[in-house]
Design a binder for this molecule. Structure first.
Ligand code: AMP
Ligand code: GLY
Length: 419
C-alpha cells in the first residue's frame, strides 16, 4: 500500500513510524513531514491545509490510504475531499470534526444527549457573557469556540481575569473568527487524563489512557503549550474507569453524532477530568493527540494499517486490537522561548548516542540545505520516549538519555511521569 500522512509534528512521525512497521506498506509519503519522517517516508512540500494540492498528491501517487494528523485539515473538509476523489481517508468528515472545532457545538451535543460535562453557557455577545461572569463565582473557565492551536482556554482565578479573557477573545479578537462565540464553564476539580478510541461510526475500541502535561514548566507552572510530555497508561485509570468512560461518554458521543446526521469515524479523543462525581468531559478532539500518540502507539501490538482500514471500511468490530502490558513515557525537548517566540536553525547533536530502544520522534526538525545537518525548525523539537516494564522504568530510561541530546537553548520538563 501507499500511504499519505498529513501533518508535520511528533504525532505524525509516530504515525509514520508505526505504519512503516506494517508488512502491507510499500511507500509512505508525509505532507510536509519533518526531519524524522524523512528517514522513513518521502517528505512532500505540501501544507496540511492546501486541500487542492493534497488531492493532487493522492491522485498522482496512487495513495491507498490517507491519514490525517492535525485538526485544521479536518475542519477544512480534507476527508470529504479525498473520499470524493476516491482516496480512502482515516479521519472524520468536516461535519463530524465539528465536535472539536466548535466547542459550542460539542457542549450543546453533550447537553442534549446527557453526557457528563462542566456546567456552563455559551455566548455570542460580549455584554451577555460579561453579565453572566458577574453573576458567578470564580474560578471560571473561558473558552473560544473555534480552533486556537490549544491556546483558546483560560482558567480564570478571578472574575476580572475571566472578563479580560472575554475581552481578548470577543472584542480584541485575538483568535479571529474562532472567538465569534465563547463558552464559560465552572472549573472542574480532579485528575486529568485522556482516553482516545478508534471508531468506525458503530464499533468503538479504546486505546490505553494517557496523561499529558500542557504547562511549559515543572510543577505545572508557566504558560500553556501544545504539550510538554505524556505517559501511558495513566496509573489511576482503572479498567472500570475505562469502561465507565466508554459507556457514559465515548459510545454515547459516537451514537449522538450518527443521530445528528454526522456519522463519526477515525479517532475520538475525550479530554477528561476525573472528578469526585465521576469522569466529565473537558473537550473532544477529532484526531490523535500530540504528544499522547508518541506514548500510545509504542504500546500498540496490532498492525495500525489493519485498524485504520477497518475504521474506513466500517469493519472495526471484526478485528482484535492488542496492547502491550508495558508503560511508555515521552518527554518533549523544546526551543528556548517556546510557547512564545523562539529562534530556529540550531544544530541538533547526540541523536546517535542514545541507548538502544529509545524512541526519538521529531517535530520541529529539518535538514540544513547546505550541510545536510539536522537543525531545529520549530518550538517543540523532539519527543524522546521509551517503554519499560513499569512507568518508573520507562521514565528512568528517558531521563538517562535526554542529557545526551542537545541544541542551543533546549529545555524540557524534569517531572514528566514523576508520580
Ligand atoms: P481544553 O483545550 O478544552 O482541553 O482545555 C485546556 C485545558 O484547560 C485542559 O486540559 C484543562 O486543564 C483546562 N480546562 C478546560 N476546561 C476546564 C474546566 N471546565 N474545568 C477545569 N479545567 C478546565
Ligand atoms: N495533547 C493535547 C492535544 O493533542 O490536543
Amino acid at each position: 500500500m501507499r500511504i499519505l500522512v498529513i501533518g508535520s509534528g511528533g504525532r505524525e512521525h509516530a504515525l509514520v513510524w508505526k505504519l512503516a512497521q506494517s508488512p502491507r506498506v510499500r511507500d509512505i509519503y508525509a505532507a510536509p513531514g519533518n526531519g524524522g519522517t524523512a528517514e522513513l517516508a518521502h517528505n512532500l512540500d505540501v501544507s496540511p491545509t492546501d486541500i487542492e494540492s493534497l488531492i493532487k498528491v493522492a491522485c498522482d501517487r496512487g495513495i491507498d490510504l490517507a491519514v490525517i494528523g492535525p485538526e485544521s485539515p479536518l475542519a477544512l473538509g480534507i476527508v470529504d475531499a479525498l473520499e470524493g476523489e476516491g482516496t480512502p481517508a482515516f479521519g472524520p468528515s468536516r461535519e463530524a470534526a465539528r465536535i472539536e472545532y466548535s466547542k459550542v457545538f460539542a457542549r450543546d451535543l453533550m447537553r442534549r444527549y446527557r453526557l457528563p460535562c462542566a456546567q456552563g453557557a455559551s455566548f455570542a455577545c460580549f455584554k451577555d457573557a460579561r453579565d453572566y461572569v458577574q453573576e458567578r463565582a470564580a474560578p471560571l473557565v473561558v473558552k473560544a469556540d473555534g480552533l486556537a492551536a490549544g491556546k483558546g482556554v483560560v482558567v480564570a482565578a478571578s472574575k476580572e481575569q475571566a472578563i479580560e479573557a472575554l475581552d481578548d477573545i470577543m472584542e480584541k479578537r485575538i483568535f479571529g473568527d474562532a472567538g465569534d462565540q465563547v463558552l464559560i464553564e465552572e472549573c472542574l476539580v480532579g485528575r486529568e487524563a485522556s482516553l482516545l478510541a478508534f471508531t468506525d461510526g458503530e464499533a468503538v475500541v479504546p486505546m490505553i489512557p494517557a496523561c499529558d502535561y500542557k504547562r511549559a514548566l515543572d510543577g505545572d507552572q508557566g504558560p500553556n503549550t501544545g504539550g510538554m510530555g505524556s505517559y501511558s497508561p495513566s496509573e489511576f485509570f482503572t479498567p472500570e474507569l475505562t469502561e465507565q468512560v466508554l459507556e457514559t461518554i465515548i459510545k454515547p458521543a459516537v451514537r449522538a453524532m450518527a443521530q445528528e446526521g454526522k456519522p463519526y469515524k477515525g479517532v475520538i479523543y475525550a479530554g477528561l477530568m476525573i472528578t469526585e462525581e465521576g469522569p466529565k468531559v473537558l473537550e473532544f478532539n477529532a484526531r490523535f493527540g500530540d504528544p499522547e500518540t508518541q506514548v500510545i502507539l509504542p504500546l500498540l501490538r496490532t498492525d495500525l494499517v489493519d485498524i485504520m482500514e477497518a475504521v474506513v471500511e466500517g469493519t472495526l468490530s471484526r478485528i482484535d486490537i492488542e496492547w502491550s502490558a508495558e508503560s511508555c513515557v515521552g518527554v518533549v525537548m523544546a526551543s528556548a522561548g517556546y510557547p512564545g517566540s523562539y529562534e530556529t536553525g540550531f544544530h541538533i547533536s547526540g541523536l546517535g548516542e542514545v541507548d538502544e530502544g529509545i524512541l526519538i520522534f521529531h517535530a520541529g526538525t529539518t535538514r540544513d540545505q547546505g550541510t545536510g545537518n539536522l537543525i531545529t525548525s520549530g518550538g517543540r523539537v523532539l519527543t524522546v520516549a521509551a517503554t519499560g516494564k513499569t512507568l518508573a522504568d520507562a521514565r528512568a530510561k528517558v531521563y538517562r538519555n535526554l542529557p545526551r541530546i542537545s541544541f542551543e537553548g533546549c529545555y524540557y520538563r524534569k517531572d514528566i511521569a514523576a508520580l
